[in-house]
Design a protein around this ligand. Sequence first.
Ligand SMILES: [Ca+2]
Ligand SMILES: [Ca+2]
Ligand SMILES: [Ca+2]
Ligand SMILES: [Ca+2]
Length: 485
Amino acid sequence: MDPDGTVVAVIGVSGYTPVAAVKKTTDGYVIEAKVEWSKLGVIAAAGSQIAMDIINFDNDDAGFNVYAWNGSDITEDNTSSMGAVNLGTLSCGTISMFNDQIGDVTLQPTSNEDKTNSNTYVGTYEFESNMNVMFRKDYSPAVTWGNAAFPEGTATIGGAAIPATKGRYRVSFGCLDGAYSFTSVPTGAGVAYTQFATAAPKIDGTLSEYKLDYTMAAGVVAGTGPVNNDVKWGSSWDKDFVYFGVQVKDTKLEGLANPWDSDAIEFYFDGNNDKDGTYDADFDTQIILDFTHGDVVWVKADGAKVTVADETGLSYGKWLATSTGYNVELKLLWKDFGFTPARNKAMGFSICNNDSDKTIGRDYQSAWFGDGNNWNDTKVLGDLQLAGGNLFSDTDEEFYNESVVLYPNPISRNAGFYLLADKEVFAGKTDVKVFNIYGQLVISKSMDLSNDSEMIDTYGLASGSYLVHMISKEGKQAVKKIVIE
Ligand SMILES: [Ca+2]
Ligand SMILES: [Ca+2]
Ligand SMILES: [Ca+2]
Ligand SMILES: [Ca+2]
């Protein structure tokens, strides 16, 4: 292929001309080409491999040079020094729904444990007010999708923001075709709230930290009965954990070997809230705390990888006998569900009580929501929604937003602002990019933030909010907002 656009298949299928285009740039040229698999005799399949090489011939005043992507043999009739191309599964990376008030609300793929369904991302979210949002990739302003249509449409890269209206929605976004929808799911009996905790509950079985606002409807699974327990529960959350406190009034405490045959509390989680019916190993699980096993928490073996240990920053559970029955207290790490907590986000959830009073196993089961299939069908679960706390989703621990100050902020038009950074975090050259709220790059500079303060000139920028993205040569990032008045 020549920079003049001529494409020739030198060896192989005669008479075949691949589709290609060349564009001259200020410092050279770029080429884009597509070759049909069938012309190469390849049946494309994820996991397979083909041999390939790319050679660049350069002829200019410095003489004739040849560069190869792989190997040193540059003759077109020898395949032995070619490299390998592995056919992977197209992955969209991290997809979030973004607005500068709410930050990045991470959406999760519908189950992707078999790596075949990674292009539809879902989440459940309540907008407190009308809000313009867009979808974006890897929390970066560089790739955004939008469209001025609500509640559904097809978003395009760089398209206008989506005018979401106040309300509670199941959000779905296809990162390959751009199709999106906001399906209204109003608050109802199937939504419980977990309240933001300003102080972390102590997992000791005493429940003074919780408002036990919720109960359990009697008898979702019948047995020998009678239904004679009284259950109240509540939940709270912080940036690392979701906490549960459950109070059970039960006159006879007992258990058999199986946790589900014992006096027990069962918790069910649909971490990506896709309610697809299946307990997916990447996001969903069932957890039981029971009489027989005490503080030893039973976790569904083929569910999300929830590690329960002791109270040292990991998930942890407690069973405590009381004068009227027992209490159960549990904390779980959000990150075990791939869930980034923020106010108004939700995951699929329910909670059940198994009662055994007659030493023959479970007499009946009651549930807060759902039915006797809560344990094996995520479709019947309710939602646990985060209340209180931050509206802004702090999405990525790799960001060092606390290590940079922009000042003054807000600024008046044409004034400029300074960056003051922690010199140990942002050592040496840092790439600084400023994006408008539509993700368009408006300023790009490389600067040394270990100087006391570096200035960004904003001359000519319109009033509004801008995001300043910084990445050091070591890959440490920060994103800060600056407002031009
Ligand atoms: Ca406690
Ligand atoms: Ca009982
Ligand atoms: Ca799920
Ligand atoms: Ca009992």
